[in-house]
Design a binder for this molecule. Structure first.
Ligand SMILES: CC1=C(CCC(=O)O)c2cc3nc(cc4[nH]c(cc5[nH]c(cc1n2)c(C)c5CCC(=O)O)c(CCC(=O)O)c4C)C(CCC(=O)O)=C3C
Ligand SMILES: [Fe+2]
Length: 312
């Protein structure tokens, strides 16, 4: 690698990861389950959900690649070319978080910033990504600054609020209920005073206010089946209850996710949409951020704020 790169600040952009192919679902699922292979039934269930959303490339892989490339361009524009170099690091697929850090080290990078492609902090989500990144960085003598959250960044809120406004126009109902949603987590995070639920509510409140929305609720989605209780109410329960109260139109606004992927394209667009249709409810979803320029500016700005002085 060139000497230029070694003077640059590394940006480790972390995301959940997705399989490479349908044949790779088992290895991916085994990694999520910390090395325990899924049963045949669990594997078939997950594979069939991916089959329903995948047309060739797995959408999350494409979207993460685009986001990393777009963040690189945005940092080049804001800070000048060559100041920051982005690397990808995934939680459950290659290139793993450790691979991204090792690639930085191989380029001679000694200072880095870590950011995750989700705006709110939980010890079980962002905390887990950052622990792995920091452990690996320490092995290579890289100083890594962690961006723990950016859930109230004005560019993020503005980008989401425009999507809510556009989604409501598409629904064409004056009485629509906006359902902000995010991935559920095991209830035990509450005992740890985890900021995740509060940060999700804060994002939702800010977006509702910016979009001038009064009718909104927050609900969880995509809970796992682990035997232990997960945070609720689940989105299907929420749709059921609201439909009984006479709500006929709902706009799902997933604010804990930033990409089109399984939890959006299957859990909302297929599962929740069918559930709503069966109850005579018109359901729409906001467009996801993906590589939206305002989202990129929110992240680039967070990177600049966390970067060492010499970068600025
Ligand atoms: C908080 C959170 C986020 C948001 C923050 C972030 O983005 O990090 C998130 C995102 C995602 N979760 C994803 C996929 C999966 N998550 C699973 C399982 C789990 N998720 C959990 C939490 C989260 N997950 C947890 C606590 C589990 C239980 C197992 C464990 O303790 O780890 C399972 C197993 C089967 C199932 O339960 O369905 C799958 C397939 C994909 C990729 C989709 C694609 O490939 O398109 C994405 C973006
Ligand atoms: Fe997940």
């Amino acid at each position: 690698m060139s000497a230029n790169v070694s003077k640059a600040i590394g940006v480790l952009v972390m995301s959940y990861g997705t399989p490479e192919s349908l044949g790779g679902v088992e290895a991916y699922y085994t990694h999520i389950r910390r090395g325990h292979p899924p049963t045949a039934g669990q594997l078939e269930d997950l594979t069939s959900r991916y089959r329903a959303i995948v047309g060739g490339v797995f959408p999350l892989r494409e979207n993460t690649n685009r986001q990393v490339a777009a963040l690189q361009r945005t940092l080049d524009e804001l800070a000048g070319e060559g100041k920051f170099v982005c690397y990808q690091g995934l939680k459950h697929a290659a290139p793993y978080i450790e691979d991204g850090v090792a690639a930085m080290a191989a380029s001679g990078i000694t200072e880095a910033v870590g950011i995750v492609l989700t705006p709110q902090y939980s010890v079980m989500s962002v905390g887990g990504y950052m622990k792995r990144a920091k452990d690996e960085a320490a092995k290579h003598g890289i100083a890594l600054a962690a961006i723990e959250e950016y859930h109230l960044h004005p560019e993020l809120i503005d980008a989401l609020s425009k999507r809510v406004t556009e989604g409501l126009e598409r629904l064409g109902s004056d009485e629509a209920m906006v359902l902000f949603s995010a991935h559920s987590l095991p209830e035990k995070i509450l005992e740890m005073n985890d900021p995740y639920p509060e940060q999700l509510l804060a994002t939702s409140r800010a977006v509702a206010q910016a979009a001038g929305v009064e009718r909104w609720q927050f609900t969880w989605q995509s809970a796992g089946q682990t035997g232990q209780p997960w945070l609720g109410p689940d989105i299907l329960e929420t749709i059921e209850r609201l439909s009984q109260e006479g709500v006929k139109a709902m706009l799902v606004s997933p604010v804990g996710f930033v990409s089109d992927h399984l939890e959006v394209l299957y859990d909302i667009d297929i599962e929740a949409a069918k559930f709503a249709a069966e109850r005579g409810v018109k359901l729409a979803r906001i467009r996801m951020l993906n590589d939206d320029p305002q989202y990129m500016r929110a992240m680039a700005d967070s990177v600049l704020a966390a970067a060492p002085e010499r970068a600025l």
